[in-house]
Ligand binder design. Structure first.
Ligand code: ZN
Length: 135
């Protein structure tokens, strides 16, 4: 079997990956005011944002695709091809080991999450976020 790969060993690549993040957002209860008057006319502090920064809460933002520069492919381990799907993936996928700049360990990436250029990676990241594509 001849395996055609999209990237050459040592080539620089960008990747897109799915993850969520925590963000500080204006409290939806007091709209950032923290103190307000209750129906009885007394000034009270907002119960929802009384911990941390007054007027703000920490909210988990749903998983989104993010573009990353990954360094060069194939530095740590050879390209690997799976002939049988594993876990939740039921299609064949080519995997690459990618170095992370300045760190001696690498991460395994699927070929369909890797790109030749930042522009290509950003375009795909935007597409996946706009279309709510899952991993
Ligand atoms: Zn509040």
């Amino acid at each position: 079997m001849i395996i055609e790969t999209k990237f050459n060993l040592g080539q620089e690549v960008w990747g897109t990956s799915l993850h969520g993040s925590n963000q500080q957002v204006i409290c939806p209860e007091c709209l950032g005011k923290f103190e307000f008057k209750n129906p009885a006319g007394n000034t009270v502090q907002c119960f929802k944002c009384s911990y941390g920064t007054p007027g703000y809460i920490i909210e988990y933002v749903r998983e989104q695709w993010h573009t990353h520069f990954l360094g060069r492919v194939g530095k740590i381990a050879p390209i690997r091809f799976k002939t049988q799907g594993e876990g939740r993936y039921d299609k064949d996928r080519v995997e690459y080991m990618c170095e992370i700049t300045g760190v001696s360990s690498g991460t395994v990436w699927y070929e369909d999450n890797l790109f030749d250029s930042l522009e290509e990676a950003d375009k795909e990241t935007k597409y996946r976020n706009d279309h709510n594509v899952q991993a």
